[in-house]
Design a binder for this molecule. Sequence first.
Ligand code: ADP
Length: 402
Amino acid sequence: MNVLVVNCGSSSLKYQLLDMATERELAKGLFEKIGDQDAMFTHKRPDAEKLERVEPILNHKEALKILLDILVDAEYGVISSMDEIDAVGHRVVHGAEKFADSVLITPAVMDALNECAVIAPLHNPPNIQGIEACQAIMPNVPQVAVFDTAFHQTMPPEAYLYGLPYEAYADWGIRRYGFHGTSHKYVAQRCAELMGKHMSDLRIITCHLGNGSSLAAIKGGRSIDTSMGFTPLSGLIMGTRSGDIDPAIIPFLMDKTGMNYQEIDSMLNKRSGVLGISGVSNDFRVIEEAASKGHKRAQLALNMFHHKVRRVIGSFAAVMGGVDAIVFTAGIGENGIGNRDEICNGLEYLGTRLDTERNNCRGVEREISVEGSKVKIFVIPTNEEIMIARDTQRITATLIGK
Ligand code: ADP
């Protein structure tokens, strides 16, 4: 069975075609700046040169048409006809409380996705556009939605409720949902495999540290707490997002500066985080470079990031009654040697012992704690696409008889 995995952002479309018999990647690529005259398209087959094009692409539907043409192209293609795409798996950011698992997309599911878009106005509409484009172009191919929030639906109410009047939850669905669930689940499963144990016997803290960052407390294979909340704005300090702040700051700033709520929202999402603190960049590589040359605010931004991650690790160890493994993943987690070192520095009371030699690695799957460390530490590159493809296969297998 071949599964096409699609991940649509507001102006981007990321894809991967996988052969599920071997879980081999047949091709992958990315459309950027969709809607612009100079939209960019990159397509890569493992055994061939990368194809890069710049051309006007009006919308996601047009991008998808280009993608399907390339997949069957004589030179760059990997399949001989569109019929060889058996199912499509879509990443959907927000499934609210309606979806605790991936789901076959039906008209009723589309209605529910549109309802979820009310609480995820930035994230769900592009996901829905991508689904509609696929439905229009491949009407007979089953489509599955895989949610970033689903894995965290196992959190207990004491972890997911905010201390607001209960009606905020009952009437408006205001609660912690958590995100990056597909990534947290994948690396936790791999961690258990690497330890030769069952997830049900482990307490794992997964650290997904990228432009957006979140931690999850996974006890017995279930997410029982996570740092992101109602939206992906909360929790850790991130590339451009503030993470947790005292909510009273918002009316205070509105009062003092005259900013309206859209301006506050934009400040919190786009001009805060390590960018706002350092004044240099949201990219950790650039901030580290500046800090190494003595830029004080760049160093402060790094210190703040490490402090917050350590703080959440400590609190998650507390809610799980201990921890057996800590996993680092995503851009910073997989590549940030110094970041991992700083974060782990001071966690020894939990039983962690980082091996600086082993930690000297980027983008590989390996244990980075010393032999015999009570709490194991791992770097595990995330693979959300394989999780989406597996769920898509599981849900559509009987339907298409493969
Ligand atoms: P997202 O998917 O959330 O956009 P990624 O998981 O791709 O983000 O992570 C991107 C971040 O990873 C970049 O901001 C960059 O700072 C960081 N990163 C990538 N490589 C390195 C590295 N070698 N050292 C430190 N940070 C890195």
